[in-house]
Design a protein around this ligand. Structure first.
Ligand code: C2E
Ligand code: CA
Ligand code: CA
Length: 708
């Protein structure tokens, strides 16, 4: 049966029609059967009336024969009996004796006449043949149908006639009913059947309308809404969700579905926004640091074989931060937009321009200029920027410094070229020069680096390293959650040297793994010491170079170190930079799984500066992400950084990751981070990196607070 092409409404109407037809057929059948029933009932009534009268007549005859009553009295009583017995409205009895009409209450004038002499219209022949039939039958009773006029005369009509012989006599009791007389009864029944049928039909119709209102309307409305949802119109509220029946269930399921769509839409918006922010600066609509880094990388790859020069210019605005404090965000943005527009006008379309940070722009020169052209370009950039900018009634003049690097001399990685150009720009400012090429400061640096490089190999043996600990605080409870271990090198001649300087050197010289294992051993030893002292210390985070992490025997060596000191590995967290994650996805997934299986937690350090995105991290088993310090630094002055931080937190929470903000230095940054629902904070505002003793007294204090 194919009904699915019809709407629910037509199906319901069809059902009602079938029901109505059923009712009509059933009532028609019932009416036919009831006709037969009435006739049988009438026959039964006739039989019992005649039987009762026959019994009375027999009794009268006995009385007369036994002499209890006279002949006259007998006749009198017989007459009274026949004249008074009746049934129904018209029913009467008559008595025949020896083919003679003896008593007839409706035709007394014919009493005494022989049947054969009765008038022709009374059908004497039929009566006689009926009597013959009766006497021939042993039962002595007989029904038959004849056409007979009514006693009052008129045309012959069908009459059901009954005769019964009274036992032991020649008396025959007769009666009959004209079938016409049954018609009013049928009519009455027919009318009541019709009425009942109509009543049921109307009830069925009313129910159909009610059902239509209760089912068809909501189903129709919901199916329309579903269609609208499918076409992306998800703002309208779903109706009928308060219904407690199946419609309500469907509506609530749709509402759930709509919630999902809304959530998806919101996430898509955030994603698109993050994607935009991943590559563009929303204020100037120029590329951002990430995008220009990629463009620079592409240029380096393109020129790698020929080793043709690629220049990078780091343009650093003077005094913009101070101006911002005085002018406010809007005017600062105006200055940036104006500066960006001037640079755009000045440059050929082939050059790639980007806004790198709050007050700096970056430029890749694609058509490699010779040195003279480079100088001209730098001069004209500086001159254009020095032109006063009109801000309402104010005239503002901004200066700039330019740092220049070039591939391949100053590096063959984008971050080297950008970082070194920034160093050159800063150096230019220090030396009060307008622009400076990195190679002018490189030689001096290179010399220092070479010295350090040589010293580094002996530093480990001579025990020149030690660790400091910087606590990380839970933003909700202000309690130390963990502590980051930071390596310190106390150079015998140069004094303390920053890991930012010696870690890259160690990475280049192949010493980094020894350094990393030294740190891990020192941490394990320190933990054992605290456990022995029964100090309750938080989780300890260790910065690990990707080189060490990716070595195939890393998990094994890590477990060995901690087993040696009998320290459980859940005390340890590893901080990995995004660079590690660029590795083949399945490989890194497996590696992270194996390392985490030892009990260690994983943090992604310096998040936002490298290539990886949250969409990549989504597929990796990590616990925390640490938003890079550079985003936190300008949080209170740079709306773009604020937006990025907010988006990172929102999306990280969507992936069930906790977010750490590092480098928190001001109360304002802290309150912005709290508002953005950042989970964990680290920075000089809360605590500087602490020597072991100071760190111990901090966690001891915390214990006392907890115990109080
Ligand atoms: P990182 O992992 O981003 O570490 C945080 C750095 O930010 C530390 O510098 C820390 O002292 C500094 N810092 C913390 N809070 C603030 C703040 O509020 N303001 C400012 N301005 N700075 C803050 P540090 O100790 O000089 O370390 C520099 C980098 O050296 C580290 O950056 C890390 O990448 C690397 N490093 C440090 N220790 C180790 C180590 O044991 N092994 C390896 N492989 N790398 C290490
Ligand atoms: Ca770190
Ligand atoms: Ca970091």
């Amino acid at each position: 049966m194919q009904l699915s092409n019809f709407s629910i409404r037509s199906k319901l109407i069809g059902l009602v029609m079938i029901l109505a037809l059923g009712i009509i057929v059933a009532s028609g059948l019932a009416f036919c059967f009831s006709y037969q029933d009435t006739l049988n009932g009438k026959k039964e009534q006739i039989r019992s009336v005649i039987q009762a009268s026959a019994n009375q007549i027999s009794a009268l005859r006995n009385q007369q024969q036994s002499g209890q009553i006279s002949q006259h009295e007998y006749q009198q009583r017989l007459r009274d009996l026949i004249y008074t017995v009746g049934y129904g409205e018209e029913g009467y009895l008559y008595l025949i004796e020896n083919n003679q009409l003896l008593l007839h209450p409706r035709l007394p004038q014919l009493e005494g006449q022989a049947i054969s002499e009765l008038p022709e219209q009374m059908r004497p022949n039929l009566i006689l043949s009926g009597l013959d039939e009766l006497f021939r039958r042993s039962a002595g009773q007989h029904f038959w149908n004849i056409y007979w006029p009514r006693p009052e005369g008129g045309r012959s009509i069908e009459k059901l006639t009954y005769m019964q012989q009274i036992q032991g006599s020649d008396l025959v009791l007769g009666t009959g009913i004209y079938l016409d007389d049954l018609y009013p009864i049928y009519l009455q029944r027919a009318l009541s059947y019709l009425g009942l049928t109509l009543f049921i039909l109307i009830s069925a119709l009313i129910s159909a309308i009610l059902i239509a209102r209760n089912i068809v309307r909501p189903v129709k409305a919901l199916s329309e809404q579903m269609g609208q949802l499918a076409h992306g119109d998800i703002d309208q509220e779903i109706r009928f969700t308060h219904h407690r029946d199946e419609i309500g269930k469907i509506a609530r399921a749709m509402d759930h579905f709509r919630d999902h769509l809304l959530e998806n839409k919101r996430l898509r918006y955030v994603q698109e926004h993050v994607q935009f922010l991943e590559n563009f600066d929303p204020v100037t609509r120029l590329y951002n640091r990430h995008a220009i880094g990629e463009a620079l990388e592409r240029e380096i790859i393109r020129n790698f074989d020929t080793q043709e020069k690629v220049y990078f210019l780091f343009i650093r605005l003077d005094l913009l931060r101070n101006l911002t404090i005085e002018l406010g965000d809007e005017q600062r943005d105006e200055i940036l937009v104006e500066t960006a527009n001037r640079l755009r006008l000045l440059l050929s379309v082939n050059h790639r321009l980007a806004r790198l940070s709050e007050g700096s722009f970056g430029l890749i020169l694609i058509n490699k200029p010779d040195d003279l052209k480079l100088e001209q370009l730098a001069q004209s950039i500086l001159e254009t920027m020095q032109q006063p900018i009109k801000l309402g009634n104010l005239q503002i003049q901004i200066g700039a410094r330019i740092g220049v690097t070039s591939f391949p001399e100053d590096g063959d990685q984008q971050f080297e070229l950008i970082g070194r150009a920034e160093i050159a720009a800063k150096a230019a400012r220090k030396r009060e020069q307008n622009w400076l090429c990195y190679n002018q400061i490189r030689d001096q640096e290179a010399h220092q680096r070479l010295e350090l490089w040589q010293d580094l190999s002996t530093a480990l043996e001579q025990d020149q390293f030690h660790l400091v600990f910087q606590p990380l605080f839970d933003l909700n409870h202000n309690t130390p959650l963990s502590a980051e271990t930071l390596l310190r090198w106390n150079h015998p001649r140069l004094g303390p040297i920053s890991p930012a300087v010696f870690v890259p050197l160690a990475e280049q010289s192949g010493l980094i793994s020894s350094l990393d294992y030294w740190v891990l051993s020192a941490v394990a030893r320190q933990c054992r010491h605290w456990i022995n002292k029964q100090l309750c210390f938080p989780r300890i985070a260790v910065n690990l170079s990707g080189i060490s992490f990716l070595r195939s025997d890393f998990e094994q060596r890590l477990t060995e170190i901690f087993r040696r000191y009998q320290v459980p590995l859940w005390h340890l967290e590893l901080e990995l930079t995004e660079g590690v994650l660029i590795e083949d996805l399945t490989h890194i997934q497996e590696k992270l799984k194996r390392v985490r299986a030892t009990g260690v937690s994983i943090s992604i350090d310096d998040f936002g500066t490298g290539y990886s995105s949250l969409s990549r991290i989504k597929n990796l088993p990590v616990d925390h992400i640490k938003i890079d310090r550079s985003f936190v630094e300008d949080l209170d002055s740079n709306p773009q950084d604020l937006k990025i931080v907010q988006a990172i937190i929102l999306m990280a929470h969507g992936l069930q990751l906790k977010v750490v903000a590092e480098g928190v230095e001001t109360e304002q940054q802290l309150s912005i981070l709290r508002e953005a629902q950042c989970d964990i904070v680290q920075g000089f505002l809360l605590s500087k990196p602490l020597a072991v003793e100071q760190f111990e007294s901090l966690i001891d204090e915390d214990l006392i607070i907890e115990g109080a």
